[in-house]
Ligand binder design. Sequence first.
Ligand code: IPD
Ligand code: CA
Ligand code: CA
Length: 268
Amino acid sequence: MNLMEFAIKIAKEAGELTIKEAEKGFKISKKGPRDLVTNADKASEKLIKSAIKKAFPDHGILAEESENDLKEIAKKDFIWIIDPIDGTTNYAHGIPNYSISIAVFATTYSESSKNFEYKGGELIAGVVHAPRLNETFYAAKDQGAFLNGKKIQVSTTKTLQDSVVATGFPYENKEEALPYFEKIVSRAQGIRRFGSAALDLCYLAAGRFDAFWELGLQPWDIAAGALIVQEAGGHLTDLNGAELDLFSKEILASNKHTHQEMIDTLNI
Ligand code: IPD
Ligand code: CA
Ligand code: CA
C-alpha cells in the first residue's frame, strides 16, 4: 500500500468512526464561545494519529486537536497535517457537509527553521473524505486529482459574474470578513458558505465552485484541499496574489481564470 492509499484508508476509517459516534450521541464542548469540539473530533484524530505512528514512526504529525511542537515537527522529513473533522459545527448539528482532511508534506529542514515553511518543501498527498456524502477527493503530487476514482478538473468559467464563489467565516472577529463578503456577493453569480473549508477547496477542484477565499484558516483546514486544487488545474495564493503559505491564515483559490478578478475585487 502506498502513502496515498494509506491516507485514503485511514480517512475512510475515521469517517466511519464519526458516523458511529453520531449514532451513539456525541458530547460537545467548546474551545471558544462559538468554536465547538466533540469527542468524535478527538477520537477521529486519535485513530488517524495512531495508524500513522504505527506505519510511519519517523514521520511528524501536525493535528488540530493536539499540542503541536512546530520546532520538533519541522525536523521530520515527512509531516502529516490532519483535521480530524473539518466542519465540526455542521457535524454537531447533523448537517452532512463535513470532512476528514489528511495531507502529507515533504519538508526540507534547516537549523534556522522556526516552523516548517511551505516554501521549504511540498505537499505530496492529500485526501478529503466526506463520509455522509460518500465523496472522497484525493491527489498525489503530479498525478492529478480524483473524486471517488474519477479524474476531476477545475471549471472553465472566465468571469466573476458567471462564478459561484465559496467562502467561510472565522469563529471570532467575523466582522473582518464582512467587507470582502460584500464586495464579492454583489458581483458573483452566487456565493456559498457550506462550512468545511477542506470540502470547499475540493468543490472548486471538481468544477462546482469557480473560486474560494477565506480568512483565519489553519494549515489543517487547507493542506489537503490545496494539493487537490493544484492537481485539478487550479491556482492558490493569498488575497493579494502572493504565493500561498499554509500558515498565513488567508487563502484565495480559483480555477485560474477568475483569479485576477477575485484579487482585484477583494482589494477594491
Ligand atoms: C472550520 C471549517 C469552516 C471554516 C472555519 C474552520 P473546523 O474548521 O473549515 O468551513 O469557515 O474557519 O475553522 O473548526 O470545523 O475544523
Ligand atoms: Ca478545520
Ligand atoms: Ca476540525
